[in-house]
Design a protein. Sequence first.
Length: 200
Amino acid sequence: MTEYKPLQRDYLVVVDVEATCWKDNKNPPGEQSEIIEIGVCLLNLETLERGDRRSLLLKPTRSKVSPFCTELTSITPEMVEDGMSFAEACAILESDFGTKNRLWGSWGGYDQKMFAAQCPSFGVPYPFAEQHVNLKTLFAEKLSLKRAVGMASALQMVGFPLDGKHHRGDDDAWNIARLTGYVLTKHPDALAAFYEPVEG
């Protein structure tokens, strides 16, 4: 039986990553998808106010930013040329956002899967606590939706404008934090189960 250490209940760390990608998921020989931006926004769990959005741009080492990726995210090869390393970005998550000691969440499971795969592959310690909340699923469950929806559709559903550019990590994290705050106004205990000891 494993019990994860208790987490601070002051903030939820909302994370959204962008990664190198290609049309029809056809990556060039020798290239693999890797994180090129980590967007972060803290959601105050008492006031439900959002902290500033932040973008960490990373220089890819195993792939290049394709024209398709630029079209989707607006991130150009030039923007990441002087970006930080994956190891540096993970260290910032821990030092500036306390990600080892706070619950973190993302819209869907993709972001967690990217970190889970990239950390061992790059030899970088996992920067988060074990507890992760799929905010896309949480939104669907608490609003009694028949199926989970994308972030942009969720914003429309509750009458919020899309602030910033979709598929930019910092803007997406900012919007996701607002959606999560909305859920928590309706269901204040929506995250309670994620703070309970986990057996495994």
